[in-house]
Design a protein around this ligand. Structure first.
Ligand code: 5RP
Length: 233
């Protein structure tokens, strides 16, 4: 039985979507790649949300049968609202994954995690045979760390220790990510905190160095992953 009064039905994307036309174009390109029976790994952020709108239209118009494995609560709720069936990661391996990014450098290394979902995003990208990064033109940078800090998800009790250990990597600045509509810090869907770490330079070993700190759950650095970029064309 379905709920007859579902608060999720009335939800839209929470914020104004920047570069909406460009995002609509890349979303359309991703939606066109979906095949009957696919289990889609779905990343987070507004570009992924736009892609879900385009995929939902194909489900309606063409009777496409697909499933989505999601990386965040907002994307799960978007799937519920759009009638896109959900699948558990525990049971289903994605046929392929699409995700957004905050920065993409010329080697296709990425910073992700503005939305705080980098742990599950990395899990899906690593577990998918193929991963596409959908990006508007603002995402290309000459050097990672130009516009965005590197987000680091931290087990709460390890915050001080992790902050101390991160200083060994000579960051320019470390900030605890604060919430906007609640008091105190952002709490991730895994119950953890996020440190936003600004670097003047990000050598290729930085991702592993951050991950090796006890108390770090995951970082938003994706250095040298075999992703394919889907841009505005
Ligand atoms: C969330 C992410 C997003 O993919 C990234 O922030 C891009 O978001 P948008 O599509 O809204 O620009 O990594 O954790």
């Amino acid at each position: 039985m379905k709920w007859d009064d579902n608060i999720i039905e009335s939800l839209a994307w929470g914020k104004a979507i920047t570069r909406k036309e460009e995002k609509e174009r890349v979303a359309g390109r991703i939606a066109a790649m979906v095949k009957q029976g696919d289990v889609l790994g779905v990343g987070s952020g507004s570009t992924c949300y736009m892609a879900l709108l385009a995929i939902a239209a194909r489900i309606r118009d063409e009777g496409l049968h697909i499933k989505a494995v999601t990386t965040s609560l907002e994307i799960t709720m978007a799937c519920v609202r759009l009638g896109i069936p959900l699948a558990n990661f525990e049971e289903y391996r994605p046929s392929w994954t699409f995700d957004g990014a905050d920065e993409i450098d010329p080697d296709l290394s990425l910073i992700k995690g503005r939305g705080g979902a980098m742990f599950r995003e990395k899990l899906l990208i690593n577990s998918s045979p193929k991963a596409y990064i959908i990006a508007d033109s603002s995402k290309m940078v000459a050097r990672l760390g130009t516009k965005f800090p590197v987000p680091v998800e931290v087990f709460p009790q390890a915050l001080t220790y992790v902050g101390h250990a991160l200083r060994e990597l000579s960051p320019a600045e470390i900030n605890l990510r604060m919430a906007e509509k609640k008091d105190g810090p952002v709490i991730t869907e895994n119950g953890n905190l996020i440190l936003d770490v600004w670097f003047d330079a990000i050598p290729s070993g930085t991702e592993k160095a951050i991950k090796s700190i006890t108390g770090v759950i995951e970082s938003g650095l994706f250095i040298g992953y075999p992703v394919e970029i889907v841009d505005v064309g």
